[in-house]
Design a protein around this ligand. Structure first.
Ligand code: KG4
Ligand code: ZN
Length: 345
């Protein structure tokens, strides 16, 4: 039975986990940096990198001790090598390289997005390729067809903000603090989703990509108007976001061919209203719906170890010890660039 050590440090969670080929998480630990970043209303890269450097090795020691394993027992060490905040990614990757070299086990440099993309299969053994995936996190908002480890086709991305970013900005506008997504979701439960007229950017335009910048500006204007209760703004924002997601996912499902399921992953997949809306959409398309348990939605190291296990299982090679950390790293390298990615239009 293979088992891997996974390391995650691409944003503001430092995490280590031991996962085996039977989908068992033998041990995992996550150190959140929310308290460090909260005063700034967002993640400060320098503070994040320093916190990862201080916390990572003790976390790895802790998970090994909890599982009663030593590094030499691991079949490989899998670490996030991008995309993400480069200082943090380097801390995790360099640590993994040092451990791989010292113990003479293979290094797997994992794309963080592949960790999210395959995480539903860690929890759901019945989920088979190819599946339609809505990947929604703080930095990404994409619809992909997942054909297998290392095999992705992108059907939509965002031309400006990611969905998690829109949640975080809405939280900031409403004074809810950081991290914003869960706070907006909680407040939305108390509000009326029809109370505040907000735009659904690009819905009905035939455009396949996402855009959330206009929605964010409208939230700001609604707040500054003083006409609306914060809970109504939160609920109306969340409903507008859901309408955008459903519209885009419907379009993508129509053009991606046969898939086994509709799947949502990434930090925003922790949102119960979004999960429920997607579950209904899946039912309309006669597709099973799958989403990882909440703890596997937001950044964690079990999904990185699992991506490593999936890659080894299909015979993908380990990575050389001189591989680089990558601030940008698309899952589908053939996907065309869109306006928001530095392309003038
Ligand atoms: O995947 P993740 O942990 O980190 C990135 O790779 O970005 O995603 C974090 C994002 C943040 O923007 C956070 O506000 C959002 O996911 N998020 C949520 C919820 N929980 C986390 N957004 C909406 N509702 C939630 N319950
Ligand atoms: Zn993530």
């Amino acid at each position: 039975m293979v088992f891997l050590l996974g390391i995650e440090s691409s944003c503001d969670e430092t995490a280590a986990a031991l996962v085996d080929g039977n989908r068992r998480i033998l041990a995992q630990a996550i150190a959140s940096q929310d308290a460090e970043h909260a005063p700034y209303g967002g993640v400060v890269p320098e503070i994040a990198a320093r916190a990862h450097a201080e916390r990572l090795v003790p976390l790895i020691e802790r998970v090994l001790a909890e599982a009663g394993k030593s590094l030499a027992d691991c079949d490989a060490v899998a670490a996030t090598a991008g995309p993400g905040l480069i200082g943090g990614v380097m801390v995790g990757l360099v640590t993994a390289k040092a451990l791989a070299m010292a113990t003479d086990i293979p290094l797997l440099a994992i794309n963080h997005l592949e960790g999210h993309a395959l995480s539903p299969r860690l929890a759901d053994p019945s989920l088979a390729f190819p599946y339609a995936l809505l990947l929604v996190s703080g930095g990404h908002c994409q619809i992909l067809r997942v054909d297998g480890p290392g095999q992705y086709r992108r059907f939509a991305t965002t031309i400006d903000d990611a969905l998690g970013e829109a949640f975080d900005k809405t939280a900031k506008i409403l004074g809810l603090g950081y991290p914003g997504g869960p706070a907006v979701e909680r407040l939305a439960l108390l509000g009326n989703p029809k109370a505040v007229p907000l735009p659904r950017p690009l819905v009905g335009s035939g455009e396949v990509h996402f855009s959330f910048a206009g929605l964010k500006s409208a939230v700001l204007r609604a707040r500054e108007s003083g006409l609306h209760r914060p809970e109504d703004i939160a609920a109306s924002f969340q409903q507008a976001a859901i309408d955008c997601i459903l519209d885009r996912t419907r379009i993508a499902l129509g053009s991606m061919g046969e898939v086994t399921a509709l799947v949502v992953a990434g930090g925003v997949a922790a949102n119960a209203a979004i999960r429920a809306a997607l579950e209904q959409l899946a039912a309309k398309h006669d597709l099973p719906f799958s989403a990882p348990p909440m703890a596997l939605c937001t950044d964690n190291a079990a999904m990185i170890a699992w991506a490593g296990i999936e890659r080894l299982a299909v015979g993908l090679a380990a990575d050389p010890l001189d591989c680089s950390a990558r601030p940008r790293w698309p899952l589908d390298p053939d996907a065309e660039l869109v306006r928001g990615a530095g392309v003038k239009a």
